[in-house]
Design a protein around this ligand. Structure first.
Ligand SMILES: O=P(O)(O)OC[C@H]1O[C@H](OP(=O)(O)OP(=O)(O)O)[C@H](O)[C@@H]1O
Ligand SMILES: O=c1cc[nH]c(=O)[nH]1
Ligand SMILES: [Mg+2]
Length: 210
């Protein structure tokens, strides 16, 4: 597994406002959307393309187009939904699958309550969207399911990651073709399993349920 931290002043600037407890839900959603587009630029660096011939007004030439099978984008409901538009804006032809997952607030164990994905992901590149990589339980379970269905290249886009979660992913997904792209690896997890300094509960802040 590989971790890539997008080190860019625009990303750091937007992330700072996203973290700020005074930022309201509409602004939080807009910033999450903008950040995804910036992360997606890095996350899609190895998206598969094939050569295509075209004719410009001046001459014949060759360019590239996204290869088939199309990439699959999988937002982890709920908070990951806030990253979907920003991602498909860059990859408009991608197919979209959905995973609904919730982390028990006491045990911090993740469980799946909704699953709407193609059964066969053989040869597919998959982009998983989840703003928070905390203990890693949610993303490990999601990615293991994608690999079980045949995905051969998985990239997770996370706004924030905790070092503990990255370590769990490295342990549980060792030897798998997985990349995590994030805007920041923060300091640590607190006793409640929240990322520190973090931004709080991403789903609550995104959908105004605080
Ligand atoms: O790395 P982990 O420790 O598993 O935690 C990360 C998960 O926690 C949050 O989801 P939550 O359970 O709050 O669901 P929600 O998106 O519906 O708010 C977040 O959106 C991640 O999916
Ligand atoms: O800090 C955290 C950890 C898990 N889920 C969140 O939404 N925030
Ligand atoms: Mg939540």
């Amino acid at each position: 597994m590989r971790t890539h931290v997008v080190d860019h002043p625009l990303v750091a600037h937007k992330l700072t406002t996203l973290r700020d407890a005074r930022t309201d839900s509409p602004t939080f959603r807009r910033l999450a959307d903008e950040l995804v587009t910036l992360l997606a630029y890095e996350a899609t660096r190895d998206v598969r393309v094939e050569e295509v011939g075209i004719t410009t007004p001046v001459t014949d030439t060759t360019g590239v187009q996204l290869s088939r099978p199309r990439p699959l984008v999988v937002p982890i409901i709920r908070a990951g939904l806030g990253m979907l538009e920003g991602m498909v804006r860059l990859l408009p032809t991608a197919e979209v699958g959905f995973l609904g997952m919730i982390r028990d607030e006491e045990t911090l164990q993740a469980s799946t309550y909704a699953n709407r994905m193609p059964d066969d992901l053989s040869g597919r590149q998959v982009y998983v969207l989840d703003p928070m990589l905390a203990t890693g339980g949610t993303l490990v379970a999601a990615i293991q399911e994608l690999i079980r269905r045949g995905a051969d290249d998985v990239t997770a886009l996370c706004l924030l990651a905790a070092p503990e979660g990255v370590a769990v992913m490295e342990r549980d997904l060792a030897g798998t073709p997985v990349t995590v792209v994030t805007a920041s690896v923060d300091e640590r997890l607190n006793e409640q399993g929240f990322i520190v300094p973090g931004l709080g509960d991403a789903g609550d802040r995104m959908y105004g349920t605080v």
